[in-house]
Write a protein that binds this ligand. Structure first.
Ligand code: F6P
Length: 357
């Protein structure tokens, strides 16, 4: 008999359900008897002992469903060691609930913050298996996270739609893409949608270079320009500031996001009409794309197999086209960013895409 706890933590994404289904199908398909405890709303459920007993049939029909049947929440790692408003020690509470239910392991689906807490729980002696979810694709130790490809599809659709209207009106359009502090989503959707300028956090931009590209396109007869801008894009000047100076500057920042600042600058420097489109959380919503359904199912099934073998302390990831197990201590606390020297950046530049650098 295996007693498995499961939770989904942090911002949701597509294919969380597909991944959990993969784990459970693998377990149910084995000869092992299993009990599944689904903790509600992420770590919060484990802290406060809020769970639901789940059976194989609870995971039927959820392969194509976005979101998470367990609910999710953000439980920031930086305050995980602080007691809650009633003085409860959160780490201790999670351990207590784990031992009270006599769990064999916890399966934790999440991104960066989630992995820091998962690794802490491992250090505290709990058996942990994690699965890499996030539309940002910024998790260390895996070439790909599930949710990412679905989000690329949605952001690309947004750019495709903008293309036709931008062309009709001869406007400059900025499509702001999610991704937190990294540019994977913007770079991939930008290339897939044929953006002319792609601005990502890893390559700080010079507004003059951005404007030059727009003018150059104009001189060559292209009346419109599409920019795919990461929500975390940053100018060369801002990138030079210390963390403290940047924080101070942002206190008086008057724009809702970097795209609106860019729009004003481009409008002033070129005289062109500029519009901003922010697909926002649509990028995390809806049904997972077929790639993510397969990918998340595979990772889930491999996680199930690790549980059956009693191998804990790993994230199930994907490296060089193989599903691999990565020790949690290697994953936690590290961001996977795009190298400005990456071949995809070089190839984009070879095609004339500007990164504003
Ligand atoms: O990490 C996923 C993500 O969607 C990021 O791309 C984005 O910056 C953030 O979450 C938004 O967070 P929230 O849903 O809390 O607004």
């Amino acid at each position: 008999m295996k007693r498995i706890g499961m939770l989904t933590s942090g911002g949701d994404c597509q294919a969380l359900n597909a991944a959990m289904r993969g784990v459970v199908k693998c377990l149910v398909n084995s000869k092992e008897q299993v009990e599944i405890y689904g903790f509600i709303d992420g770590y919060r459920g484990l802290i406060y002992g809020n769970f639901r007993m789940l059976e194989g049939r609870d995971f039927s029909g959820i392969l194509t469903k976005g979101g998470t049947i367990l609910g999710s929440s953000r439980t920031p790692f930086k305050t995980i060691k602080d007691p809650d408003e009633n003085g409860l020690d959160k780490i201790d509470a999670m351990k207590q609930n784990y031992y009270k239910l006599r769990l064999d392991c916890m399966v934790i689906l999440g991104g960066n913050g989630t992995h820091k807490t998962a690794n802490l729980l491992r250090e505290e002696g709990l058996n942990i298996i994690t699965l890499p979810k996030t539309i940002d694709n910024d998790l260390w130790g895996t070439d790909m996270t599930f949710g990412f490809q679905s989000a690329v599809n949605i952001a690309t659709d947004a750019i495709d739609c903008i293309h036709t209207t931008a062309a009709s009106h001869g406007r400059v359009f900025i499509v702001e893409v999610m991704g937190h502090k990294v540019g994977w989503l913007t770079l991939n959707a930008g290339m897939a949608g044929g953006a002319d300028i792609i601005l990502i956090p890893e390559i700080p931009y010079d507004i003059k270079k951005v404007v030059n590209k727009i003018k150059q396109r104009n001189d060559n007869g292209s009346k419109f320009t599409i920019l795919a801008v990461a929500e975390g894009a940053i100018s060369k000047d801002d990138a030079k500031l210390s963390k403290k100076e940047y924080k101070e500057k942002m206190k008086n920042y008057k724009f809702p996001s970097v795209s609106y600042e860019l729009a004003q600058q481009i409008q002033e420097m070129t005289g062109h009409e500029v519009r901003v489109t922010v697909p926002g959380h649509t990028q995390r919503g809806g049904s997972p794309c077929p790639y993510d359904r397969v990918f998340a199912s595979r990772l889930g099934a491999e996680a199930g197999e690790l549980i059956l073998k009693g191998e804990y302390g790993f994230m199930v990831g994907y490296k060089n086209r193989e599903v691999v197990k990565v020790p949690l201590e290697e994953v936690a606390g590290k961001l996977k960013m795009i190298s400005p020297d990456a071949s995809i950046v070089k190839e984009a530049k070879l095609m004339g895409i500007s990164f504003g650098d």
